[in-house]
Design a protein around this ligand. Structure first.
Ligand SMILES: *Cc1c(COP(=O)(O)O)cnc(C)c1O
Length: 790
């Protein structure tokens, strides 16, 4: 296809789909027209994929996730279809800026962070591999809130990506299910019958997800909640307009907003309703599709694999048993066995406060039949494993992790370390009973988005050096290794990074009004704000470095720019304080005439996928500094290494595997190991001791305590200081010295720029294993028993 064809299609859509004359078209009109022209090219491979799946009788994978952090789709689709140059040329003499068109697309933030982004990378890999699959989730009207800062404080505004027409989705009025809540269970007949007293309609919206080179396309099906009856005409005719609209408002509430926190349990009935809503509609769709081709429900595991992304869809266990037993008449045991044969569960956290538990009472009132079935599943498990005390119901609560484990044939962790800890801690007893059930699948990221499209400079260099086979076979990046000895390659690699850094410096100047030197080290920590991720360790080290420069301003310091981005859950007070602190410190440090040649701090607002795509290619140093044992995997760490940033990090999550692969000499390791963390917590006054041993730390904490950065409000950070001096559960103080010293090694290493570039290039060359294509092949082989249909 030529640029002239694409342009003709675009102009046709502009005119006939949107009724716009090119002369009066806004940038958004061009973006919509281009999106539809590109979408047209996805529809045929999409239909082909469906036909092939039916014709070949292939097993289908269903990925159930409460979150899909997909970001923008237009550039991704263009890149996957190999149309980037064509599309650029199509705009060449229209007087419309192509980059502006791409950046006009709203960033679909239907997720919080790593968990939702993983689901999005998996969709891309499933399509690239040609594994027949559906993603199932919720079509939130409002995605993750938009973040801005007012006087350094986080302010949240609703995200309204759906206010404008969405170019990628197809509404499916024919695919709708009625989903019930509440009511009672009638057990008078031969089968139990659940009679809900509240119904909503789940309406499907499909987005095609095209893989690399357009060889295959799968579907992301998102459910939107609608009322069973649009409005109450009787109330309306009586003049009660508010009452007439009430059923609609109530029903729509279910898909109204994404919960802005995936790490703490939300004691909210609405959250449980959301979980049941999307899980139940997805399962009904799955069973309907299966029965359109087969009739033996017991054999469903041969054709159906359902992956639960964390426990949010854990109600799938009892719901599938209910569908097969109550509604389709299989004996309970057969229903349970068929359900388990289909289901598998991914665990994403070991932190007890983040493991979902629902009060039995709430479960019984919203889902009375499910509560009965959960008891029965629990009893069946106890009966099969006599003498063992492991239950899904405890102290009046349903433990969704245990329930998921019992109803899954495989349970996986997301990095080697995390899977090992899972076996030793949360699921120790269940692992003893079912030693083959837990497997590891280390996370990965899609190279199409996180290298090819976000880092065109480096991608071009890689193409020129080893060809473009790496795009769907990322381990071929290892072929770069033999070129790293070559000065020309190293210089070109450095220039690609330097150019990304200049581009980021321009962006920071234009959006924040802060001047940063592209020749300084760009040291980046971007992720959700959480105590375990320890952004406060980073800012304390920054304060200590600032003080060191102040005391000795004539020394030859290594210039650094510390870049932060990340949102805090609106109710997470401590995390919001950390944001405020970083902003307060930034204001003071950036204005310091003595130190600002050497140190700048930037906190960019509204971290999302698009901002990550801009920042990661420009990073020299990647901050992965969580308390060991707390970060299940991390995926940000992989994106950075792939783009040639060196990591400063703890032995946590996938950092362990990144370090093994890129080589210990190309990774800045610091801090305690997971077992040392556990031991350290038992030491009395561990924080106080660590502070006493580090004058740098003592001074930095003293500074925030004394109001050095908050002259107007010296008390502001008292509680952060108190926490650090007291409980310090995440061991910021105990790891500080090790971190500070390692950062000085980083400084020294950055001064030998050629050696640094070599290490950076080795990070890229050796990160191929962290492709989500490899992860998906692992799931296909070890968990789903599914094959590519290509
Ligand atoms: C990759 C990514 C994450 C996950 O980052 P971690 O550092 O692994 O926590 C979160 N948010 C966005 C927007 C991402 O792209």
């Amino acid at each position: 296809m030529t640029h002239a064809d694409l342009r003709a299609d675009m102009l046709r859509h502009l005119t006939y789909s949107f009724g716009k004359d090119p002369e009066h078209a806004h940038i958004r009109d061009w973006r919509m027209a281009l999106s539809l022209a590109v979408r047209d090219r996805i529809v045929d491979p999409w239909f082909d994929a469906t036909r092939k799946t039916y014709a070949g009788g292939h097993k289908r994978v269903y990925y159930l996730s409460m979150e899909f952090l997909i970001g923008r789709l237009l550039e991704d689709a263009i890149v996957n279809l190999g149309l980037l140059e064509t599309a650029r040329d199509a705009f060449a003499d229209l007087g419309v800026d192509f980059t502006e068109v791409l950046e006009n697309e709203p960033d679909a933030a239907l997720g919080n962070g790593g968990l939702g982004r993983l689901a999005a990378c998996f969709l891309d890999s499933l399509s690239t591999i040609g594994c027949p699959a559906y993603g199932y989730g919720i079509r939130y009207e409002h995605g993750l809130f938009r973040q801005s800062f007012v006087d350094g404080r986080q302010v949240e505004e609703p995200e309204d990506w759906l206010l404008q027409p969405h170019a990628w989705e197809f509404q499916r009025p024919e695919a709708a299910f009625e989903i019930g809540f509440g009511g009672s269970v009638d057990e008078s007949g031969r089968r139990a019958v659940w009679r809900p007293d509240e119904m909503v309609v789940a309406a499907a919206y499909d987005t095609p997800i095209v893989g690399w080179q357009g060889r295959w396309a799968n579907t992301l099906r998102l459910w939107s909640a609608k009322p069973v009856r649009a409005f109450d005409l009787e109330s309306f005719n009586r003049g009660d307009y508010v009452g007439a609209a009430a059923p609609e408002a109530l029903a729509r509430t279910i898909s109204r907003v994404l919960y802005p926190d995936d790490t703490t349990e939300q004691g909210k009935a609405l959250r449980l309703k959301q979980e049941y809503f999307f899980t139940a509609s997805s399962l009904r769709d799955v069973v309907r599709r299966y029965l359109s081709e087969h009739d033996d429900l017991r054999a469903m595991p041969e054709k159906v694999a359902i992956q639960l992304n964390d426990t949010h869809p854990a109600i799938a266990g009892p719901e599938l048993v209910r569908l097969l037993h109550d509604e389709k008449g299989l004996p309970f045991e057969d229903a349970e066995q068929a359900a388990r044969g289909c289901l598998s569960y991914t665990n994403h956290t070991l932190m007890p406060e983040a493991l979902e538990r629902w009060p039995e009472e709430l479960m019984a009132s919203l889902l009375p039949r499910h509560m009965q079935l959960i008891e029965r599943i629990d009893q069946a498990h106890a009966k099969a494993n006599p003498g063992r005390k492991v239950t899904a119901i405890e102290d009046g609560e349903v433990k969704m992790g245990e329930l998921s484990f019992m109803m899954a044939h495989k349970v996986n962790g997301v990095s080697a370390l995390h899977t090992g800890l899972m076996k030793e801690t949360v699921f120790a007893e269940l692992n003893r009973l079912h030693p083959d059930r837990i497997v590891n699948q280390t996370n990965g990221v899609t190279p199409r988005r996180w290298l090819l499209s976000s880092n065109p400079g480096l991608s071009r260099l890689i193409d020129d050096t080893i060809g473009n086979g790496w795009v769907d076979d990322l381990e071929r990046l290892s072929e770069l290794e033999s070129h790293i000895e070559d000065n020309g390659f190293r210089e070109a690699f450095a220039e690609a990074k330097a150019s990304n850094k200049r581009e980021l410096a321009r962006f920071v100047r234009e959006t924040e009004g802060v001047e940063i030197d592209p020749d300084a080290m760009f040291d980046i920590q971007i992720k959700r704000i959480h105590e375990y991720k320890r952004q406060h360790l980073n800012i304390l080290e920054t304060i200590a470095y600032w003080r060191a420069i102040q005391e000795n301003p004539d020394r030859d310091w290594t210039p650094r720019v510390k870049i932060f981005a990340g949102k805090a859950a609106p109710g997470y007070v401590f995390a919001k304080k950390i944001i405020h602190l970083v902003n307060d410190v930034a204001r003071m440090v950036n204005d310091d005439p003595v130190t600002s040649r050497f140190l700048k701090i930037v906190y960019l607002p509204n971290y999302n996928v698009s901002l990550a795509e801009r920042l990661i290619p420009a990073a020299d140093l990647s901050e992965q500094i969580s308390t060991a044992g707390k970060e299940a995997s991390g995926t940000g760490n992989m994106k950075f290494a792939l783009n040639g940033a060196l990591t400063i990090g703890t032995l946590d999550g996938a950092n362990v595997e990144i370090r093994e692969r890129v080589g210990a000499e190309n990774f800045f390791l610091f801090g305690m190991t997971a077992p040392e963390v556990v031991a350290r917590r038992t030491v009395a006054n561990h924080a106080e001791k660590a502070i006493a041993e580090s004058p740098e730390l003592a001074r930095a904490i003293g500074d925030i305590e004394d109001g050095v950065f908050t002259m107007d409000d010296p008390e502001r950070y008292r509680d952060i200081a108190q926490n650090l001096r007291g409980a310090d559960y995440f061991l910021v103080c105990s790891d500080f010295s090790s971190y500070y010293d390692k950062q000085r090694e980083v400084d020294a290493a950055y001064r030998n720029r050629d050696e640094w570039n070599q290490k950076a290039a080795l990070n890229t060359a050796r990160s191929g294993w962290f492709s989500s294509d490899r992860t998906i092949r692992g799931y296909m082989n070890d968990i789903w028993m599914a094959r590519s249909a290509l």
